[in-house]
Ligand binder design. Structure first.
Ligand code: FES
Length: 253
């Protein structure tokens, strides 16, 4: 079954390369900047409240002549403070803190897909698009989400509650397919980034509706027949007490 699915996906990929116009759009949202009323360099932006202390703490991890090494944690903090995305003013502020030209910060923010360059919903749903999740049906998960929410990838629903993006492998391949729900609505203090694993198109819609109702659906595996990343139906190996290595007691050898 798995082999058949893999072969089908490989065929799809080959077709996409032969007919690029027919292929789906990949990964991240826009990587260029156009000034708009809510995203332009004239808008003031700075870290506030406890985040000012966090900035100092982050910078303390690096030698004072290598402040630029703090660019990723500072951008991450800025994104958490700014409702899940990085405005050009936020990036400029980070550049000022680490004393580099702004382009050095833009390069980082546009390279890593965890940084959002446009507004996201209260719940930003990230579908893993890498091979194990793709073979296990991540495209069907994404289609179910997009059609249920009535948006395209990286668009925000009209009520501002949801947006759907794509992320590459999030290290949960054994429980593929999986999505992450990022919730930036409570700033850096209440920010959450939860994995929902072993999902199906039906389950992912149920999760969305639970979030809409303000519930907190249990994260982790959604397969009731497995515990965490253990095999479905229970352990198949290491069922007894493991034997100690031979000759542990050198006098007895
Ligand atoms: S491929 Fe999806 S978590 Fe690794």
């Amino acid at each position: 079954m798995l082999r058949r699915l893999a072969a089908q996906r490989i065929l799809e990929l080959r077709q996409a390369f032969r007919h690029p116009q027919a292929s789906r759009s990949f990964s991240t949202a826009l990587n260029y900047h156009l000034d708009s009323p809510d995203n332009n360099p004239d808008l003031p932006w700075e870290f506030y409240g406890k985040n000012k202390e966090k900035v100092k703490e982050i910078l303390s991890h690096y030698p004072s002549n290598y402040k630029q090494s703090a660019v990723i944690p500072l951008l991450d903090l800025a994104q958490q403070q700014h409702g899940g995305w990085l405005s050009v003013s936020a990036m400029n502020h980070v550049a000022k803190i680490i004393d580099v030209p702004p382009i050095r910060v833009y390069e980082v923010a546009t390279f890593y897909s965890m940084f959002n360059r446009t507004k996201v919903g209260k719940y930003h749903l990230l579908v893993c698009g890498t091979t194990p999740c793709m073979i296990r049906g991540s495209r069907e998960i994404e289609s179910a989400l997009l059609s249920h929410l009535g948006v395209k990838r990286n668009e925000v629903t009209k009520d501002g509650l949801f947006s759907v993006g794509e992320m590459e492998c999030m290290g949960s391949c054994v429980n593929a397919p999986m999505i992450t729900v990022a919730d930036y609505s409570s700033g850096s203090e209440g920010y959450t980034y939860n994995y929902y694993e072993d999902i199906t198109p039906k389950r992912v819609v149920e999760i969305v509706e639970a979030l809409r109702r303000g519930e907190k659906p249990p994260h982790g595996t959604q397969n009731a027949n497995r515990i965490n990343s253990g095999p479905e139906g229970g352990n198949t190996t290491l069922l007894g007490e493991p034997k100690p290595p031979p000759c542990r007691d050198l006098d007895a050898c």
